[in-house]
Design a protein around this ligand. Structure first.
Ligand SMILES: NC(=O)c1ccc[n+]([C@@H]2O[C@H](COP(=O)([O-])OP(=O)(O)OC[C@H]3O[C@@H](n4cnc5c(N)ncnc54)[C@H](OP(=O)(O)O)[C@@H]3O)[C@@H](O)[C@H]2O)c1
Length: 314
């Protein structure tokens, strides 16, 4: 690799888990691009985070058409980093993207129509400079488009070679069940379900996790650190450079005295085990055998390095 020094034995620091009943192994930790990789991000910091992830054994890079802001800019940032640092390693990594949330103006820029999904995957491939993505997700359930249309679009996107596998995200259990059946019958079985699961949100434990396991579908957890709440970030106030200060997706009102008390208790439990709160929160998710990977966000190399230490030594 001519662009940076690979000092670590990359794959020894990471554990890999089988994604459902498939041939694919996922790194226990994936890197997510929802925040921190948009138009205002420092390209050098972004590149350092991605290279640190890759050198730490992370093989899964999770994007979506509208990650930014502005929409599409995280895929463009990834594309530039890929061209410079990862192209020679394309066969060692999984790049995932999604469509379904609002992306471009007009009636075809969101949701789950065949028109929208095909346009979106082609846009994503162009922005990232890729021939194909490894996993293409339906990002959210569409209450108005027939499920069959969305699923057939996923099947045809895979058959066309634009994606190797299909996934779904945030589908309620009944719709997930129909999606799994459709995709299985079409011989493009759903590889993975992506949902929110963390110490503060255990709603997936009752139905989604056991359902995915029974169906042979892998499960990946997003926002495993509850967007930073489950770290030391907010234990002493709200830092000026934090997501809570800069993003509409994490409101200060969530930081109640009750929540702070819970976070401090977990922080003490973590310290008793010699862990940071972030590592404790990630291990808590990885205790579940149904979970194939947790997708962390990171605004610095230091944060990512801290989170990577959640991986248990083999
Ligand atoms: N399918 C979906 O609908 C969906 C929805 C949401 C997310 N996702 C995926 O999941 C990924 C992760 O979501 P997320 O960004 O909410 O994840 P997260 O890991 O819960 O939160 C990431 C934030 O936590 C803080 N942080 C991370 N590691 C830390 C550490 N070790 N110590 C202290 N603070 C730390 C940083 O906050 P600061 O920025 O404040 O420093 C960072 O930006 C996304 O990028 C995306 O790929 C998917």
């Amino acid at each position: 690799m001519e662009n940076y020094n690979l000092t670590e034995p990359r794959y020894e620091a990471m554990n890999y888990r089988r994604c459902g009943r498939s041939g694919i192994l996922l790194s226990e930790i994936s890197l997510g691009f929802w925040h921190n990789f948009g138009g205002a991000a420092d390209p050098e910091v972004c590149r350092a985070i991605v290279e640190t992830a890759f050198d730490g054994g992370v093989t899964c890079f999770d994007l979506a058409n509208n990650y930014g802001p502005p929409y599409g800019s995280a895929e463009e940032m990834f594309g530039r980093i890929f061209a410079r640092s990862l192209r020679a390693h394309r066969d060692e990594i999984l790049v995932t993207t999604k469509a379904g949330h609002d992306m471009w103006p007009g009636p075809y820029g969101e949701w789950g129509s065949r028109k929208s999904l095909f346009a979106s995957i082609d846009q994503s491939l162009r922005r990232m400079g890729l021939d194909y993505v490894d996993i293409f997700y339906s990002h959210r359930p569409d209450p108005d488009t027939p499920l069959e249309e969305t699923m057939q679009a996923l099947v045809d996107i895979v058959r066309s070679g634009r994606a190797l596998y299909a996934g779904i995200s945030k589908y309620p259990p009944a719709m997930a069940s129909r999606a799994y059946a459709y995709l299985r019958e079409a011989h493009v079985p759903c590889l993975v379900y992506q949902g929110r699961y963390n110490l503060l949100d255990r709603s997936q434990e009752e139905e989604i996790l056991p359902q995915a396991a029974a169906e042979g579908v892998g499960y990946v957890a997003f926002s495993p650190l509850a967007q930073g709440l489950l770290t030391d970030r907010y234990l002493g106030g709200i830092p000026a450079d934090s997501r809570m200060r800069h993003s509409i997706f994490l409101d200060e009102s969530v930081l109640t005295p009750e929540l702070l008390a819970r976070l401090r208790a977990w922080n003490e439990a973590a310290a008793a085990e010699g862990l940071t709160l972030a590592q404790y929160a990630l291990r808590w998710i990885l205790r579940r055998p149904e979970v194939s990977s947790v997708i962390v966000g990171a605004s610095s190399v230091a944060q990512l390095k801290d989170s990577l230490k959640a991986v248990r030594a083999r």
